[in-house]
Design a protein around this ligand. Structure first.
Ligand SMILES: Cc1ncc(COP(=O)(O)O)c(C=O)c1O
Length: 484
């Protein structure tokens, strides 16, 4: 293979893939949102022996078009109201192709010079947006889970000297961390990975609007202290996974300060509110956090995967926790290049040039483009909630603070059932709608009870899609009542 023939291959494949992608986009409006195929069905499609001889790229793409794309979850559909998984921007999709073509190793500066500087730039933009001062820094992560892990490692390592060398025994007592019972599961996973044990996480109850109850938080901290434990970190949520609500960040910041705790805000989803001058006030207090998780692959429409950890007090905080200099990456060039070695700021070694798609997305959308989209999503969610309020068989649960609306299907005959049967009715309705292929949304559990959860997350979603969803809920709800 010569570079000329490689260039020819790119041309040929590029044309074929461009058609596949644009045809895929064209079908988004009408394609079923979820495939009815079971894992067994899909296993039959892909169960082949290890290929011994290579095959032409055209045939591989044919199989992609026939077997892969149609059974994919159509996350990009305007009728996908699922987890925080938005339609990726076209510029982000193609930025991914460019990223793969350049194949920069965004770990050490020397292996990805432009990548490193662009990563520093986009991190700077995010810090600015969120209201951090000029000394703040950060690092791109694979997503919110890894971003939380990175932040909580910084928190752990600040709790006692020599933590990196000696592990948690350096603290001399059990470290405890606090978050609302609505926190993302990655917080619990992180404390496990960090050697603190899952039981070091105190899950604090929430009020009827699903915000952390600060009086209970204070009580838990006091109790732990009197039992000889060391509270070291408080996590606030800005855009909770199930409800989208935002914890009272200024109060949490004050409690963290009083108790000498690290304050981390998980704004993986809700960070997007910062684009809108009208909505940003909901995030008030976030700038007081020692660290923030903000996922561009959520409300910024950057294709997976792209998360960030931002730290208020600069890159040294991350380097204190993560920096190790392997001999093969330790040449001193006498400049500031080490400052751009992103492998020193997190856990990954070889890293993808993910900053490219984020940089392009920022430029393509601009702050205004993002603000308009975020505000439109909030309006559509409000519209959905208002329409739902007109239906006697549905009851909303909690508040709308972002583009998430939770509710329950509670017609007369379900209201009279035992709680577990009411929960089953929610799942039955969710399943009917998923199987219909006409929309997708998940169910969740809120304070022990099953609820339905809709998130407006695609920039393709319009009012008519939301109205169709309301109609679908009504129809399938009625059909469920008849079938019982
Ligand atoms: C609030 C919050 N934090 C963290 C995460 C984890 O993000 P990821 O799935 O990108 O790892 C999520 C995922 O939905 C989330 O909602």
């Amino acid at each position: 293979m010569t570079s000329e023939s490689l260039s020819e291959q790119h041309k040929k494949l590029g044309r074929a893939v461009t058609s596949l992608i644009s045809e895929y986009a064209e079908r988004l409006e009408s394609a079923p949102v979820a495939s009815p195929a079971t894992p067994a069905d899909l296993k039959r499609l892909f169960d082949e022996p290890l290929p011994l001889a290579g095959m032409p790229a055209e045939e591989i793409l044919e199989q992609f078009a026939r077997d892969v794309a149609p059974h994919a979850m159509q996350i990009s559909s305007p009728r996908y109201f699922g987890q925080f998984n938005p339609t990726p921007l076209a510029i982000g999709v193609w930025a991914d192709a460019l990223c793969s073509a350049l194949n920069q190793n965004a770990g050490a500066w020397r292996n990805g010079p432009t990548s490193a500087l662009i990563e520093a730039q986009v991190i700077g933009w995010l810090c600015d947006l969120i209201g951090y001062g000029p000394g703040a820094f950060g690092v791109l992560a694979s997503g919110g889970s890894e971003a939380n892990l990175i932040a909580l490692k910084c928190a752990r390592d600040k709790a006692a000297r020599d933590m990196c060398d000696l592990g948690v025994r350096a603290a001399g007592a059990d470290l405890t961390i606090y978050a609302s019972e609505q926190c993302h599961f990655s917080v619990e996973k992180s404390v496990d990975i960090l050697g603190l044990g899952r039981k070091s996480l105190r899950k604090i109850d929430t009020d009827e609007r699903f915000h952390i109850r600060v009086n209970l938080l204070r009580e838990a901290i006091e109790k732990d202290r009197s039992d000889g434990r060391v509270p070291f970190c408080i996590v606030g949520i800005a855009g909770a996974t199930s409800t989208g609500v935002i914890d009272p960040l200024p109060e949490l910041a004050a409690i963290a300060r009083e108790n000498d705790c690290w304050f981390h805000v998980d704004a993986a989803y809700g960070g997007g509110l910062a684009f809108s001058d009208n909505q940003k006030k909901k995030l008030s207090g976030i700038e007081l956090a020692n660290s923030i998780t903000f996922d561009p692959h959520k409300w910024m429409f950057v294709p997976f995967s792209c998360g960030t950890t931002l730290v208020r007090d600069g890159g040294n905080v991350l380097r204190d926790s993560f920096d190790i200099s392997p001999e093969y990456l330790s040449e001193d060039r006498g400049g500031s290049d080490v400052q751009y070695d992103f492998f020193r700021y997190g856990q990954m070694g070889t890293r993808r040039f993910n900053a490219l798609k984020l940089w392009m997305a920022f430029k393509f959308m601009g702050k205004r483009g993002y603000a308009e989209t975020v505000e439109r999503h909030l309006e559509l969610t409000r519209h959905f909630a208002d329409r739902l309020d007109e239906l006697p068989d549905f009851e909303r649960v909690g508040e709308i603070e972002t583009a998430v609306c939770c509710f329950r299907y509670l017609p007369e005959h379900v209201r009279g059932l035992a709680p577990e049967d009411q929960d089953r009715a929610q799942q039955a309705l969710q399943q009917r709608i998923e199987k219909s292929g006409r929309a997708f949304f998940p169910s969740t559990i809120l304070q022990g009870r099953r609820a339905l959860r809709v998130n407006i997350n695609s920039y393709l979603t319009e009012r008519r899609h939301v109205d169709d969803l309301v109609e679908l809920l009504r129809e399938e709800g009625n059909a469920l009542g008849v079938d019982r």
